[in-house]
Write a protein that binds this ligand. Structure first.
Ligand SMILES: NC(=O)c1ccc[n+]([C@@H]2O[C@H](COP(=O)([O-])OP(=O)(O)OC[C@H]3O[C@@H](n4cnc5c(N)ncnc54)[C@H](OP(=O)(O)O)[C@@H]3O)[C@@H](O)[C@H]2O)c1
Length: 329
């Protein structure tokens, strides 16, 4: 089968497109024909060996997949060959076949095509968990989304919209702000500018700012936290800027705000039943039409290195997805 191979940790340009043996399912596992794979910022860190988890070498990168079950390991009863599934694997999504524990697959809703599904589960489950269950976002509250035109930013906007929140997007370019506005933000600010907090103050003069979704960190984090209303919540999601900010604890004291960590991977490892329930709930929201998936940009598998480089260099627009074989729906 064709797969992208990481033979040593290094820049994405070191990845190769190779022909390797198909993996076979063991007990409790399924083999999935991957039709599309989501690409996240984490994938670019992983191939460089810069992420906290370092898969053994060589390996096929990629953790977000959508496709169809092609073979069942012994004891698997919940899936049949041909079932459309999506999920998050530790590695293997940038290849034509992968092996996944049967219990960690989620049925793909009929109204989600495979490219949308590949970019959906990780980011929207993170957003549902973070915004609703960690942050307690309520209808009518105002949410500021940093890095709004990135994968997890767009998903946060989609989920926040479904929860009835008002959304202000922060993004670094006019093109990214346009995408955020087209994806449900009421207003978009350039958070690289000097006076963006003033702009934010004007936009939230009536409503206040109740929550920040922060997958970026760096200097934007403290500025955003200082913009919260009394009693607000700052959700710490990631550090795509490359800088983990250090903020003075006088801010949460004076604002009586909360700094809330959001770690979807840890939930999947430590709270498996809850995590799978959230993933299925996010899928059910799609099936019910309650949630519209964030838009995806589709590229062929052979361009994996270029796509990872774009993302690492802050040039990606929206959620990136690699198309691996023909998709259904
Ligand atoms: N906590 C969790 O469970 C969880 C789940 C998923 C992802 N994450 C984390 O969330 C972060 C974003 O992931 P993603 O997949 O959404 O990435 P992404 O699609 O690349 O989006 C990240 C956004 O961050 C902004 N950014 C600011 N400085 C940047 C820089 N120096 N390089 C690259 N981007 C920069 C960019 O927006 P502007 O150009 O507009 O600033 C970009 O759109 C990552 O740190 C990832 O690890 C966490």
């Amino acid at each position: 089968m064709k797969a992208i191979l990481c033979r040593r940790f290094g820049p994405p340009e070191d990845l190769v497109l190779a022909d390797i043996d198909e993996p076979q399912p063991g007990p409790g596992e399924v083999q999935v024909a991957v039709r599309a794979a989501g690409v996240g910022y984490v994938d670019g860190l992983m191939v460089q060996g810069l992420y906290q988890e370092k898969p053994p070498l060589p390996h096929v990168p990629g953790s977000e997949f959508a496709g169809a079950v092609t073979a069942l390991g012994s004891g698997v009863e919940e899936w049949t060959v041909g079932a459309r599934v999506m999920g998050m694997a530790s590695t293997g999504a940038f290849g034509e076949k992968l092996i996944q524990p049967a219990a960690l697959c989620v049925a793909t809703p009929d109204n989600l095509d495979d490219t949308e599904a590949a970019g959906f589960l990780l980011n929207h489950a993170t957003a549902l968990h973070g915004l609703r269950d960690r942050g307690g976002l309520e209808a009518g509250e105002t949410l500021l989304v940093l890095g709004a035109a990135g994968g997890v930013g767009l998903a946060a906007m989609a989920v926040a919209k479904a929860l009835g929140a008002r959304i202000i997007a922060a993004a670094s370019s006019a093109e990214k702000r346009e995408l955020a506005l087209a994806s449900g933000a009421e207003a978009a600010v350039d958070y690289g500018g000097e006076d963006w907090r003033q702009e934010l103050r004007e936009l939230t003069a009536e409503s206040g700012l109740q929550m920040v979704w922060d997958p970026v960190g760096g200097s934007a984090a403290e500025a955003a936290m200082r913009s919260l209303s009394w009693g607000g919540r700052h959700l710490v999601v990631g550090f795509a800027s490359g800088t983990i900010p250090k903020v003075g604890l006088n801010i949460p004291l004076l604002k009586q705000c909360q700094i809330v960590g959001v770690d979807w991977g840890a939930n999947r490892r430590q709270n498996h039943d809850y995590a799978m329930a959230i993933e299925r709930e996010a899928a059910a929201w799609i099936a019910q039409g309650r949630l519209s998936p964030a838009p995806v940009s589709i590229r062929p598998l052979a361009e994996a290195a270029t796509v990872l480089r774009q993302q690492l260099d802050r040039r990606a627009l929206g959620k990136l997805v690699l198309k691996i074989s023909d998709t259904k729906n």
